[in-house]
Design a protein around this ligand. Sequence first.
Ligand code: SAH
Length: 299
Amino acid sequence: MVVLSALNPVGGNLFALKNIKLKMSDSKKSNLLDHVRIILVNTSDCRNIGSAARAMKTMGLSQLVLVDPVEMPNGQAQALAAGATDVLANAKVVNTLSEAIGDCGLVIGTSARSRTLPWPMLEPRGCGEKMVVEAREYPVALVFGRESSGLTNDELQLCHFHVQIPANPDYSSLNLAMAVQTLSYEVRTSYLLTLNDASQEHSTGNGTYIGKKSGKSELDKAIPSTISEDDELYPVTEESERFYQHFENALKATGFIGDKHPGLVMTKLRRLFNRARPDVKEIKMMRGILASVERAAKQ
Ligand code: SAH
């Protein structure tokens, strides 16, 4: 992984100053939004990356990850980023989507197109709410596709949900940065509602996000968690991927999946488990079951 400012030390210096400004204006509330990651996959035109950075910063988001960009951000990207060159400079560059989402507990893919095998869908508003609720627990990601062809089915299937902006059905494909703007706005709207609730319910609340295990801020108390105190968290992508790999190995060992014709079994299982959203304990139990299946298949 590379941080862009490392490639561009001049930009990096410039951005340090702007960072301070950001901290002063938004610092008390920004920690939760720091868990919200915007991922752009294989973007062709780096001007869209600059515009996306600007869209993000206006909504208080700062975590930008570029997966294998066709064109690295250059002066044109910086010009379109305008006052958000710090977001651009701090962007991380990785080779694969898996790398970008490995530590995320919630990943939402964005696409104007419905798919032959529909994925669990969210409305933009529901997407914003879910991201803010779950950002308490772990990094959460919104994934955006290529300008020309969007996200592949395989990429979308690495996501828990598919969010579609309900645009004009006759012309539903937004410019990449405008899609980033629209969905970042939903995240911010949901976040601000939470802050309002926090300040109404707790007059002393300062809105600082502390995190689930480290004590409770007023904001923390105000955000409804999908996860109760006694429950386990949802697994992050790396753990889920190990589980799917284990599942596939076990189904190959029993002969349910043929090596030559794997079919859509794993894709359909992913969809099923995305709907069910097993937590960490349930995944552990499933892996125990799979291990027993593998043992039985060997006998
Ligand atoms: N021609 C592409 C669309 C590319 S638009 C296609 O057929 O998929 C670039 C990106 O912006 C998309 O990959 C998606 O991430 C986002 N986007 C554009 N319009 C969207 C919409 N209506 N809903 C959700 N995401 C959208």
